[in-house]
Design a binder for this molecule. Structure first.
Ligand code: AMP
Length: 249
């Protein structure tokens, strides 16, 4: 069974980003970029399924600039077998990414497609859902455990007040939540091995997908600065302030 995993190159989770002076977006010039954390979890899960003998091949896919090759090499170092970069110099919106992934699903015929629940740059939380709809596949989002048996995936999802268990007929789309697994530490020998694994590059046009943006960003702004707090001497003055100034009591 083949598994297709989608990995996005995003600003590293530890970087504190700022807004560009013209408010057209977030300034990502010269900042550290990494694999989207939820996608690292997705690759880890696929590789574990391969190590358990459930999957036979793990294919990592990324849509983005040429440097997304580094992200794919990370996926290969975790243990993916080969990689596909669909190269675009312009940002590609979730719908277009989902359309690209759909064409690759048609070509590769994976039994399982694993994506992150969201990309931490745009926080869209849309791509997996749209891919499932476009490909006509069942979906389980925010997976905290995945078991494959008898042509079905059993997925546990954390919901308010408990866990929901879903059974899906394969092929299916699963998106990862934080607690699904803890990705392994990538070792130097595996980084070296990853350099030799196959990575093919294509363009959205080669897949017949139009990636022209449909959304227009009007403005990106910093959150309002928090004003300084005040210290109150006792509970009485706190209650008075809450009642008379904040008017919440
Ligand atoms: P989003 O819907 O943008 O929050 O992204 C959800 C998931 O879709 C991510 O965690 C990735 O697995 C996948 N994804 C989104 N954009 C891309 C991209 N440009 N390349 C590869 N995978 C992507």
């Amino acid at each position: 069974m083949k598994i297709l995993v989608a990995v996005k190159r995003v600003v590293d989770a530890n970087v504190k980003v700022g807004v560009k002076s013209d408010q057209s977006g977030v300034d990502i010039a010269n900042v550290k970029m990494s694999i989207n954390p939820f996608d690292e979890i997705a690759v880890e899960e696929a590789v574990r399924l391969k190590e358990r003998g459930v999957a036979t091949e793990v294919i990592a896919v990324s849509v983005g600039v040429a440097q997304a090759q580094e992200t794919l090499r990370t996926a290969l170092a975790i243990g993916a077998d080969r990689a596909i970069l669909v190269e675009s110099n312009e940002p590609v919106e979730p719908l277009a990414v989902a359309k690209i992934l759909k064409t690759l699903v048609d070509r590769e015929q994976p039994q399982l497609v694993i994506l992150g629940k969201q990309a931490i740059d745009d926080d869209s939380n849309q791509t997996g859902q749209m891919l499932a709809a476009l490909a006509g596949l069942p979906q389980a989002t925010f997976a905290s455990s995945v078991t494959i048996a008898g042509g079905r995936a059993t997925v546990s999802r954390e919901v308010d007040g408990g866990a929901e268990a879903l059974s899906l007929k394969l092929p299916a789309v699963v998106t990862t939540d934080l607690r699904l697994n803890e990705p392994r530490y990538v070792t130097l020998p595996n980084i070296m091995k990853a350099k030799k694994k196959p990575l093919v590059t294509m363009k959205p046009e080669d897949l017949g997908v139009d990636v022209t943006p449909r959304l227009k960003t009007l403005k990106v702004s910093e959150p309002p600065r928090r004003t300084a707090g005040v210290k109150v001497p006792d509970v009485g003055s706190l209650v008075a302030k809450l009642r008379n100034e904040a008017k919440v009591l």
